[in-house]
Design a protein around this ligand. Structure first.
Ligand SMILES: Cc1ncc(C[n+]2csc(CCOP(=O)(O)OP(=O)(O)O)c2C)c(N)n1
Length: 664
């Protein structure tokens, strides 16, 4: 066996003896081209090294573990058959691209994975020419693939159409439950656009994938008769004279009689998309053979691969969620309240209220665990609905349930709400249906970068005419607000952050009222939303005597309480604070309410400032550090209060807003 002996001390694996020359392959892989010289035996060793590397890194930094351990061989095979970046590899969602990053020259960036200066947790165009998309919201890759294939064809660069380039999309069975994936499949099949679609089927989304198609794929995976027969034929065919590689795809035709009985391949083929598989996604040689053949197909083709999520790491394999996401324990400091998180408070409150009212039902888009619905699911299994990664459908289905007399609670991350905005606006809002949205991970989320911040929910909800948003400032407010939301006959939303609740004054509000927390002398009124209220409270503590000039409101509910607006108008200055976009959000709404009221009452309009997140895509970084940079931590807020009280101009922001787009 020819092995590569390229190593430096820095590259030694933990189990090697420092200072001794050892055999390792991974450090010699700087570009995908370096994979070409490796034998299958060496690729097996490399796969093990990659798994060791990912396990030792991600258990220190946190990140997507199970998904990446499952695609090691698949990624190596893809990079050996296709020539990235000439050929375009599109990773759907992108959480499974660590192996791709490792073999495209980014090994050292893993030290600070998902921290500023380190690698992003998803493909990122500024990191590498091998990365094309970075949206990280699921089910988009097939649409990107369609568009890129059209573009390459028009420019005569597409294979079979005057050029040599391939377009390949890699999509998980979970992500294939998203509506966009079906829209793209339909269009690809109809237009016969040339794209290789690799279906990475591990039977899991976070939890087992919710889809009839996925169930059929699993049936096929487990059907011994089919698999045995196919393997026998596979062994036999190459030995037959004059039957070679050309017959390989034909094998699937040969076995299709059996497959027809148990497989959904008709599903793809009825859409006009060729199907091959299933292939063992951990057998590099088999994968390469099938991918090479699929690359020759002039049209859309699905290569169905079977992989095991968490492979090679027993704690992940035996974990319920296959360690989809390896979470580090939260960094606690003395300031943090010791009680429950917002998520736990919601989870407990929902179960308590649902035991009293059997009209309450809960809906998730493939994220029961992360959104706090597991308790509800086990207590009320027939009132719990996991719809797959299908936020749009979740919302309109909730509208139907509300129309039918139920009280649906749609638990969703703030960032994924934007995908279902049209449904919330027209299917829920226009009909004024009592759907309760619960947005976890609202505000700056940090590690996952620009696609995962929950910065738009307030602005989007406030654009829906009859929507009410509740923003709890403490975990104790969550049950109070959930009860209010469930008692209303119009759409409502509860938004709270992932970060732990901060200590506050220990009180809660009620109904649709704002809560006056501190009374000042009329110089400055601070209107703080959600977790910004305890941050502002702490800022007042930092200011000492100066704080006597400041009134602090916990806004609690949007649109804002008219009594709070009238009171704010009695102050000389007003500052609004939110951990969301400062454009078109809570601050804009409150300042505009103050302005209208001032006009109505013919009163002078106070000096106002709107604090929040500027119009910029914030890169991955620790949430507390990002908040501090934006001046939204206690120190930053104290500075802003002092500046306004002494009539200084607002400081230039550390992070500039995005430049205006160019219009040609
Ligand atoms: C629109 C959207 N909703 C939810 C998520 C959260 N999410 C990230 S990965 C994932 C599961 C993806 O499953 P699959 O595509 O099968 O990949 P696997 O992790 O199993 O390899 C989910 C639900 C998301 N990224 N995008």
């Amino acid at each position: 066996m020819k092995l590569r002996l390229l190593v430096t001390l820095r590259d030694l694996r933990a189990d090697n003896v420092p200072g001794r020359l050892v055999v390792v392959i991974l450090p010699s892989i700087e570009t995908p081209a370096d994979l070409q010289a490796l034998s299958y035996e060496e690729l097996k060793i490399l796969s093990q090294e990659i798994r060791d590397f990912i396990i030792s890194t991600v258990t220190k930094t946190g990140g997507h573990l199970g998904s990446n351990l499952g695609v090691v061989e698949l990624t190596l095979a893809l990079h050996r058959v296709f020539e990235s970046p000439k050929d375009i590899l599109l990773w759907d969602t992108g959480h499974q691209a660590y192996v791709h990053k490792l073999i495209t020259g980014r090994r050292y960036g893993f030290k600070n994975l998902r921290e500023r200066g380190g690698l992003s947790g998803y493909p990122n165009r500024s990191e590498s020419q091998h990365d094309w998309i970075e949206s990280s919201h699921a089910s988009t890759a097939l649409s990107y693939a369609h568009g890129l294939s059209v573009a390459l064809e028009q420019r005569k660069e597409l294979i079979g159409h005057g050029g040599k380039r391939h377009v390949v999309a890699i999509v998980g069975d979970g992500s294939l439950t998203g509506g966009m994936a079906y829209e793209a499949l339909n269009n690809l099949g109809h237009s016969n656009q040339r794209v290789v679609i690799v279906l990475n089927d591990n039977g899991r989304s976070y939890a087992p994938t919710i889809s009839k198609l996925s169930e059929s794929l699993t049936t096929l995976r487990l059907n011994r008769t089919y698999l045995t027969l196919r393997d026998r034929i596979r062994r036999l065919v190459p030995r037959l004279p004059r039957v070679g590689k050309a017959a390989y795809l034909g094998i699937d035709g040969f076995t299709s009689v059996v497959r027809e009985m148990v497989t959904p391949h008709t599903f793809f083929e009825n859409l006009g998309v060729r199907y091959v598989g299933p292939i063992d996604g951990h057998n590099i040689e088999a994968l390469e053979n099938v991918l090479r053949s699929a690359a020759e197909w002039d049209g859309p083709i699905v290569v169905h691969t079977l992989t095991q999520k968490g492979r090679g790491y027993e704690p992940a394999v035996s974990d319920d969620l296959k360690m989809h996401d390896y979470k580090l324990p939260p960094r606690l400091n003395d300031d943090m309240a010791k009680g429950v998180t917002f998520n736990q408070a919601f989870s407990n409150a929902l179960v308590a209220m649902a035991s009293e009212d059997d009209r309450i039902v809960a809906i998730t888009a493939a994220m029961a665990g992360p959104t706090g619905l597991l308790n509800f699911q086990s207590r009320f299994p027939t009132r719990f609905f996991d719809v797959g990664i299908a936020e749009q459908h979740a919302v309109t289905a909730a509208a139907g349930m509300a129309m039918g007399g139920l009280k649906p609670v749609v638990a969703i991350y703030s960032t994924f709400f934007s995908r279902a905005f049209d449904q919330a606006h027209l299917d829920v809002g226009l009909l004024n249906l009592p759907v309760v949205f619960v947005f976890d991970r609202a505000g700056i989320t940090g590690d996952d970068g620009p696609s995962h911040h929950g910065l738009l929910d307030i602005a989007l909800c406030m654009a829906i005419p009859n929507m009410t948003v509740f923003a709890p400032s403490s975990a104790e407010e969550v049950p109070v607000m959930l009860e209010s939301a469930l008692s209303m006959s119009s759409p409502t939303a509860l938004r709270f952050p992932k970060t732990l609740p901060q200590p506050f004054d220990g009180n809660v509000g009620e109904g649709l009222n704002a809560r006056e927390v501190v009374r000042g002398d009329g110089s400055l009124c601070v209107l703080a939303v959600g977790k910004m209220a305890p941050a502002a409270y702490k800022a007042l503590e930092l200011l000492g005597d100066e704080a006597r000039q400041i009134t602090l409101y916990d806004v609690r509910v949007l649109p804002p309480d008219p009594k709070m607006i009238d009171d704010a108008l009695t102050h000389e200055r007003i500052i609004t604070i939110e951990d969301a976009t400062r454009h078109g959000g809570a601050g804009t709404l409150m300042v505009s309410a103050v302005r209208s009221r001032a006009q109505e009452l013919e009163r002078p309009f106070p000096t106002t400032r709107i604090l929040g997140v500027p119009r910029v895509y914030l890169e991955h970084h620790r949430p507390d550090a990002l908040l501090a940079e934006l001046g939204l931590d206690a120190e930053g807020l104290a500075g802003a209060f002092t500046r306004l009280l002494s009539n200084q101009p607002e400081f230039a922001r550390h992070i500039p807003e995005s430049p205006r787009p160019n219009y040609f």
